[in-house]
Every structure is written in C-alpha cells, then in structure tokens.
Design a protein around this ligand. Structure first.
Ligand code: FAD
Ligand code: NA
Length: 389
C-alpha cells in the first residue's frame, strides 16, 4: 500500500477529508469502508423495478446556513429547489408539522390570531403552576401545554424510544418549537435542496480523484486485510470515522445507540400519500413515519403507476444493528470522556464523524467538521509545521 493518509469510512466526513487532502495537499489517500458501497449513511440507489431513488439508511435532506459548506458541496453536485415539509396523522386526521398556527387552529377548530394562539398555549402550559417538571412528560406540558403534547408529541416520542415519556430523561426534549405563523417549512436554513443526480452521484464525484483509492468491503479490524489497524497505525496517519468504542475494543463498555428498521414496499399506485413524509403520531400505529421517495424529486420522470414507500420503526440498537442516534445516557457520557482521552493519546490517529465522536451530525455538520480537521490539524502536519497527535 502506497499512502500518505488512510481514511477509515467513506461517509461525508471521510470523503471530505480525502478530497481536501488529495486536491489541496497533494496527498495519496486510501479510503477503506467495510460496506459494499461508498457514502456511509447518505448512500442511495434506484429501487430496481421503478428507478425511484431510495435513501438506504433513512431519508436525507440537505440543508445548511454555512456559506463555506454550501460553496464546497456545490463543486460536486447541483441541488434541486426541494423544500422539506412534514405532515402528521393523528386520530385519522392529517395536520401540518412542526406545530404551527395551522396545526393549532385545525386541532382546536379555531381561527386564532398569532397572539390568541400564544395566549392559549401559555395558559395550557401553566398547568404545573410554579412546580419544576419531574420528568419529560411534565417538561413537555410546561413547554406547549397538555392538549398539543398529548396529540402530537407523547406517543410519537414513546414510539421513538420504546419508553414511556414519564421514564425518559428530560434532556430528550430541551425545546418543542411552536410557530405562531402558518409557515410549515421544516428547516430554517439559508440553503436547502436535494442533489440533482442523487446522493450516490454526489458522493462518487467527491471520491473521484486520481490520488484517492477506495477499498470497499474492508474492515479496519480485520487483520487479514492489507489496510488494518495493526498494519497501519503508527506507520501512516489515520483518520478514523468508525465507532470510537469499537476502536478501543469496548474497553470502557459499549456506547448505546438507537437504530431504525425500514420496511420497503413497491405499490401499484402512482401516488400513495401525496407528500414525502407522513408521521404517525399515535400509539396504535407501530411505525413512526412513512417516506414516499418519488416526492423528493417531483422534477424526475418517474413511473406514474407505481411508487416506493418505506415505513420506519425505531428501537434500541443491539450490537449487530446499525447505530443511528446516540442515546447519550449519563453512563454513555462518562464512557465517552474516557474514550476521548484514549483517542487523544492514540498517536497518529484522528477520530471524526458521527461514529468517531458519538454525536448526531447532520451532513453539513459532518462536512464542516471535516474541513476544520483538514485546516487545523492535517494541513499543518503535512506542511511540516506540527506533529500529529
Ligand atoms: P457515516 O455516514 O456513518 O460514515 C461512516 C462510515 O464508516 C460508514 O460507511 C461505515 O461503513 C464506515 N465504517 C465504520 N466502521 C468501519 C470499519 N471498522 N472499517 C471500515 N469502515 C468502517 N443529515 C442531514 O443533513 N439531513 C438529513 O435529513 C439526515 N437524515 C438522517 C437520517 C438518519 C436515519 C440518520 C441515521 C442520519 C441522518 N443524517 C442526516 C445524518 C447523516 O447521515 C450524517 O451526517 C452522515 O452520515 C455523517 O457522515 P459520517 O461520515 O460521519 O458517518
Ligand atoms: Na489521536
């Protein structure tokens, strides 16, 4: 192997590091990934019978207010003018999300002005009197009042966590945004859109550099592979974007994650739900939401008599499941501090990305963090200004 840098993981973090190091620093970079495809969790592919682009690890919507990231990503793909909106089914009725004036007026069968709605929610939120909330349930009531909480948040949250909200830590909801306008745009960022040719085309362009070699189906911990932890660490600088606890053989115990199960179905109808994402707020429906992928790309020429939907179920991850969202219990946080110390002490290895830092990162955050790692650590090192620690 001839490499100046090894990157473990071909998600947005790893590929951004690889592209910058190859193009800007002129380094030869080897990227490995244990999966059979590049792109990490942003990977997508056409469903074979319809050609409809399906996001394999859950729907991915790109949005950012970071001008540097926006300029950078536009080097590799164009974006459609897609604007994300979400609806929710509660009690057999469909409401706009996040909770806004339209939701409130539909729910209370009213025509409140913004101020009247504020007053109503404030009155309902005063239920606890001056008492401090004792659990997530009470915290939520204090934020938005019991009626809206019980309709739109309680059972949905219980499904996401498979836990009664009374037993969930309050930090799970630090805020519950309520908008006192009819604006139901999901994201507030300056820039938003979907990659015009799909996520995988974007990710492939990021990796398409003469100085970048990608080796798939290569696990960093498989010592029989030419590029493995044992053969590389200490020889070549490494950027590791796999799980930090796995790197240290779970010495401090495993960090806990939630995972998702996806149930995909091709239906013989042109349009199943009329919108990309429908949440299911109630406990009697086992899934949290249904994605209908054709609606992410209304500009495409998709078949008009078939559609692809994906039901999403949420649960705590077992060791063999894909880790999706950090649970972040107190025990997790204590373990993470110890792993961070170990990571700092691991000479020549930098830890990054959502798995390497045990943090939920949106794509634009993963890209921004990768650009910072190149600027602040890798570039100074390879220019001979500073050793890598
Ligand atoms: P990943 O994409 O997870 O890449 C890590 C890579 O490392 C993987 O390919 C993995 O196979 C590889 N790897 C791990 N261990 C090893 C090993 N031992 N050897 C070799 N390779 C290894 N972001 C948004 O901006 N908008 C969204 O709408 C959005 N929706 C999301 C929905 C879901 C369900 C999830 C889970 C995430 C979503 N995200 C979204 C976040 C987005 O997926 C992340 O920002 C992105 O994946 C971060 O990239 P990463 O490179 O850090 O990690
Ligand atoms: Na280190």
């Amino acid at each position: 192997m001839n490499a100046d840098l090894v990157v473990v993981g071909s998600g947005f973090f790893g590929l951004t590091v690889a592209e910058r190091c190859a193009e800007e620093l002129g380094l030869d970079v080897v990227v490995i990934d244990r999966r059979h495809h590049i792109g990490g969790n942003a990977y997508s592919e056409p469903e074979p019978t319809t050609g409809i682009e399906v996001h394999r690890y859950g729907a991915h919507l790109f949005h950012t207010s970071n001008e540097r990231v926006w300029e950078y990503v536009n080097r590799f793909t164009d974006f459609t003018p897609y604007v994300h909106r979400v609806y929710t089914n509660h009690g057999g009725e469909v409401f706009p999300m996040p909770i806004n004036l339209g939701t409130i007026n539909q729910f209370f069968r009213a025509a409140h002005s913004p101020q009247q709605a504020r007053d109503l929610v404030a009155e309902q939120a005063a239920e606890l009197g001056g008492r401090e909330p004792a659990n997530l349930d009470e915290k939520a009531v204090q934020l938005i009042g019991r009626p809206l909480y019980e309709a739109f948040i309680r059972e949905y949250t219980a499904k996401q966590w498979q836990t009664d909200p009374k037993d969930l830590p309050m930090e799970v909801i630090s805020r519950l945004p309520v908008r006192y306008t009819y604006d139901n745009r999901y994201f507030n960022d300056t820039h938003e859109g979907l990659p015009a040719q799909g996520y995988t085309a974007w990710l492939e362009r990021l990796a398409d550099h003469p100085r970048i070699t990608v080796q798939l189906e290569t696990d960093f911990f498989d010592a029989s592979q030419p590029v493995s932890k044992g053969s590389v660490v200490g020889q070549v600088p490494v950027v590791y974007t796999g799980p930090v606890d796995r790197y240290f053989d779970y010495a401090e115990g495993a960090l806990t994650w939630r995972t998702l199960d996806f149930e995909e179905e091709v239906l013989p109808v042109g349009d199943f739900q009329g919108t990309p994402v429908m949440n299911y707020a109630d406990a009697d429906v086992p899934y949290t939401r249904i994605h209908e992928f054709r609606h992410f790309h209304p500009e495409r020429d998709y078949p008009t008599d078939r559609t692809v939907i994906m039901r999403e179920f949420s649960r705590f991850a077992q060791a063999s499941d894909e880790p999706y969202y950090p649970v972040n219990t107190e025990a997790d946080r204590a373990r993470l501090l110890t792993y961070r110390d170990a990571a700092r002490g691991e000479r020549g290895v930098l830890f990054g990305g959502r798995l390497g830092t045990y943090k939920y990162l949106d794509m634009h955050m993963a890209i921004a963090a990768a650009l910072s790692m190149v600027d602040n650590t890798l570039a100074p090192h390879f220019r001979g200004e500073r050793a890598l620690v």
